[in-house]
Design a protein around this ligand. Structure first.
Ligand code: NDP
Length: 447
């Protein structure tokens, strides 16, 4: 069987065994589509069924999460934790609370996480979890009751040496605080290393909150630099207005770029003077408001509820909201308007058709696996600080993040070049991540 036939047959097998999980299928196709050259060089990987092992999670936990709202009405949500691969270290990956969460969503995120974490060079395995709970519009007390119920089951499966969750969509500082409080209460252990992204008051690490956005900006800066460019005076569009978006905007402004648009699920705003970050943070982090509130306070800005944030002409696009937000049409618009670089803060925000447009156009395209790996990397630094009961300064932590992103960029660049695809960060990230985790799986024997 040729390598291509082997890959096609493996993909067909994943599709058959995991029906009705389109995002998981998409993520598997994306990684397997890149690793043919490695399989051709190293037949022992196929013989040991390494790919079959990487496509099958080590453990999948699904549980009921009952909770009561402020009116006393009972709600039942579904909780998930998919522990995908622990060959490189304890399972590591965020929790997502969003009404769209299904098992297939968590599996796609967990699968991606394995290769992302491997790419960082740090000792962390891959997992993801979450629930179809929607925190939007819920009071703090409702969110607390939900988090306590969620942790009442999850605590059995996590631990500083076992599985270390963090935040993701809908899970920020508030939720992580409630989750950690309940874990501590049930286990009677002050085990800081069980969660990352914690508040500074109870074992959190400096720069973790900022890390995904800052890291993505650093990664894009590296891609621009490799082409003799920089952020200086560039027009930048960022989708979303949550954790990743806010700190992407902050760092892009510090690096000399100007973010002119951002969004949420209700629409997007354009502010030609540059997004006012203090105002955005007040609306999103303090008031938990909608993006429309921005224009009420900033009359020169405009609100758009039709179309896409990618209609706004830009030099650099940084999708930082959710998966599959850039399809062929959005990608084509970006390229037509002169976009030269795309750095993915979100996980899998571009469809395969969109990726094809970027690669064909030859623009600098940094896939999420590489570009947003600063978040999980800084989580690993938080684990390191927790284990040594230490706490690093902001400056030192940011310097470590920057070094990590430079190394991730270099690993992708050099790997793509080695395999004859210079400038292709998709191939570079997939091959480098896959090779590291595959080698570890091979050495651990048949487990
Ligand atoms: P937040 O919950 O803080 O923010 C999410 C933002 O995206 C909000 O503005 C939200 O708008 C928007 N959004 C979410 N879902 C949708 C949707 N279905 N359609 C349109 N807009 C949507 O999440 P994060 O910033 O933490 O995460 C954003 C992305 O970054 C995700 O893809 C996540 O997996 C990825 N990521 C996050 C990391 C982290 O450290 N937090 C690490 C690596 C990747 P609204 O409020 O209207 O829903």
């Amino acid at each position: 069987m040729s390598v291509q036939q082997q890959v096609d047959s493996l993909i067909a097998q994943v599709l058959r065994r995991n029906p009705a999980e389109p995002e998981f299928h998409q993520a598997v196709r994306e990684v397997l589509g890149s690793i043919g050259p490695v399989l051709a060089k190293r037949p022992e990987l196929a013989e040991a069924k390494i790919i079959e092992r990487l496509c099958e999670p080590e453990r999948q936990v699904i549980f009921r999460v009952p909770w009561e709202d402020d009116r006393g009405e009972v709600h039942i949500n579904r909780g998930f934790r998919v522990e995908f691969n622990s060959a490189l270290g304890p399972y590591k990956g965020g929790l997502r609370f969003h009404p769209s969460v299904l098992l297939g969503t968590v599996k796609f995120l967990g699968f991606e996480q394995v290769f992302k974490n491997a790419l960082t060079g740090l000792p962390i395995g891959g997992a993801k979890g979450g629930s179809d709970f929607d925190p939007k519009g819920r009071s703090d007390r409702e969110v607390m009751r939900f988090c306590q119920s969620f942790m009442t089951e999850l605590y059995r499966h996590v631990g500083e040496h076992t599985d270390v969750p963090a935040g993701d969509i809908g899970v920020g500082g508030r939720e992580l605080g409630y989750l950690f409080g309940q874990y501590k209460r049930i286990t009677n252990r002050y085990e800081s290393g069980v969660l990352t992204g914690k508040g500074l008051a109870y074992g959190g690490a400096r720069v973790r909150t900022e890390a995904t956005g800052y890291g993505c900006a650093f990664f894009v800066e590296e891609m621009l630099c490799a082409r003799g460019e920089s952020f200086d005076s560039k027009r930048v569009v960022v989708s979303g207005s949550g954790n990743v978006s806010i700190y992407t905007i902050e760092k892009v402004h510090q690096l000399g770029g100007r973010v002119v648009a951002c969004s949420d699920s209700s629409g997007y705003v354009v502010d030609e003077k540059g997004i006012d970050l203090d105002l955005l943070r007040q609306i999103k982090e303090v008031e938990r408001g909608r993006i429309g509130d921005y224009v009420a306070a900033r009359p020169d800005a405009t609100l758009h509820s039709e179309g896409s944030v990618y209609d706004v002409p830009c030099d650099v696009a940084m999708p930082s909201a959710t998966h599959n937000e850039i399809g062929r049409a959005e990608a084509t618009t970006l390229v037509r308007n002169g976009c030269i670089a795309v750095g993915e803060g979100a996980n899998m925000p571009t469809t395969p058709e969109g990726v094809e447009v970027f690669l064909q156009a030859g623009i600098a395209y940094g896939p999420g696996k590489a570009a947003n790996s600063g978040g999980v990397s800084t989580s690993a630094l938080e684990m390191q600080q927790n284990a040594s009961r230490d706490s690093w300064s902001f400056e030192y932590s940011e310097q470590r993040l920057r070094e990590i992103m430079t190394n991730v960029h270099e690993r992708c660049r050099a790997t793509a070049e080695e395999f004859g695809m210079p400038g292709n960060y998709v191939a570079g990230a997939n091959i480098a991540g896959f090779t590291r985790v595959a080698d570890a799986v091979l050495e651990l024997g048949l487990i």
